[in-house]
Design a binder for this molecule. Structure first.
Ligand code: GDD
Length: 391
């Protein structure tokens, strides 16, 4: 059975973007839930319907193979599984092992799986002449988590999924992965909207390996990105808000109609950019009289779900955190959300918390709206000697 979510108590509207306050997982298993107001859960039939319509994308770059295996095994079988890998192929062929583990899962269960490699030269031809030409160099698609997620969206659209969800491959707790997927299905059903998104907030977060595991309420980057985004919105609207609690959520899901129409950013700018770009075009842009919001008249619904399993993932060091913070905050810094005060705050946070002295990098922006996923992915799979498509 699926999770039981508390219906959010309030939401705030910024132009055509509705941000819902936190919706906690109040039950990990809704079996025999008695109908009450205030919570939402899917029955077995509803769960299967949403799971089969939701493709789950796992980005992976040289993670521990045991951990990767735990993650792919935790994704509910009804959802098509898409692995987008940027892992090494030499001197040790890590990618080949990822393909083997995924193929084994397919052999054992018959589940639908697609595995693609980001640095596959077959992408060069497949994306030539499309608006995603900038995504490639002569060796395939450029490295970057955002770049990998874009490929995941294209494969999900090719599979004719209605929703796409992302789950990192360095998660040590398979039960958490399963809870994210269940929260996506349930949250997307609760949102019941053409342009919807569900972003996960962890109850507690920790990193391994480390000498002393600390269970933090928020990650060391998200705590600052959330604060900056809330400060920018408060300054613009002149009413204070703390509604944004998921600015960096790597774990999130959305409708394909939203995913294909919104702009995407590369590398670790990707998650924050989703919010910054939507608020720029569908809030500030609309207020200023521009007609660049692609999501009218319905608007975009953003749900924030607090899951219960702790989020335990690999420790990647301070330089990695600094780069992630700079790329992420750069999306706000260069947007219409940032006045001079916001820019000063971002520079100060980068220096004081991450010893990052430069201006943040400008996000690399990609557009998918004129790309035909059916033609791109068919061409790619026909050419590729690395991809796996089974089930
Ligand atoms: N395909 C692909 N290509 N995957 C990648 C790449 C890439 O270039 N770079 C990283 N990944 C995969 C990693 O293997 C991992 O599964 C996931 O993307 C996240 O990368 P990490 O390097 O582990 O990031 P993190 O754990 O520090 O940060 C995560 O959480 C943040 C929020 O706290 C990421 O999901 C961030 O995007 C997120 O903001």
């Amino acid at each position: 059975m699926g999770v039981v979510l508390r219906v959010p108590l309030k939401f705030e509207k910024f132009g055509a973007v509705s941000f819902y306050d936190v919706s906690e997982v109040v039950g990990l298993n809704g079996l025999s839930l008695r109908e009450r107001g205030g919570v939402f859960s899917l029955n077995g039939h509803g769960l299967e319907e949403y799971a089969s319509k939701t493709a789950i994308v796992i980005p992976v770059k040289d993670e521990d193979l045991n951990v990767f295996e735990g993650v792919i095994r935790a994704v509910p079988l009804a959802s098509p599984l898409i692995v987008v890998s940027a892992s090494s192929t030499s001197p040790i062929d890590v990618y080949e092992r990822e393909v083997e583990l995924t193929k084994l899962l397919n052999n054992l269960t018959g589940r639908r799986v697609v595995v693609v490699h980001q640095r596959d030269k077959a992408w060069v031809e497949a994306l030539a002449g499309t608006s995603l030409e900038d995504l490639v160099d002569s060796g395939g698609v450029r490295l970057g988590k955002g770049e990998g997620m874009i490929l995941g969206v294209l494969v999900a659209a090719w599979l004719k999924a209605k929703y796409v969800g992302f789950i990192d491959s360095d998660n040590y707790i398979p039960g958490a992965v399963s809870e994210y997927a269940m929260s996506y299905y349930t949250g997307l059903a609760m949102a019941n909207s053409k342009y919807s998104m569900v972003r996960i907030i962890w109850h507690y977060k920790g990193k391994l390996p480390t000498e002393d595991v600390i269970f933090r309420k928020r990650g060391r980057v998200s705590v600052n990105t959330n604060a900056v985004l809330n400060y920018a919105l408060s300054s613009y609207r002149k009413i204070e808000t703390e509604i944004v609690k998921s600015a960096n959520s790597g774990e999130h899901a959305m409708s394909l109609e939203l995913a294909l129409k919104m702009p995407w950013a590369g590398r670790f700018a990707v998650e924050t950019f989703e919010l910054a770009a939507l608020l720029e075009s569908c809030y500030i842009g609309l207020e200023l009289g521009f007609r660049e919001c692609n999501f009218l008249p319905e608007g975009v619904k953003i749900l924030q779900v607090e899951t219960r399993n702790p989020h335990i993932h690999a420790e990647k060091g301070d330089t990695h955190l600094a780069q992630m913070a700079a790329e992420s905050l750069g999306t706000i810094y260069y947007s219409a959300l940032a006045n001079e005060d916001v820019k000063v705050l971002i520079r100060r946070i980068l220096i004081e918390n991450y010893f990052y002295e430069d201006e943040p990098p400008t996000p690399l922006v990609y557009r998918l709206d004129n790309v035909n996923p059916q033609s791109v992915i068919s061409k790619y799979l026909a050419e590729s000697k690395l991809a796996l498509d089974a089930g």
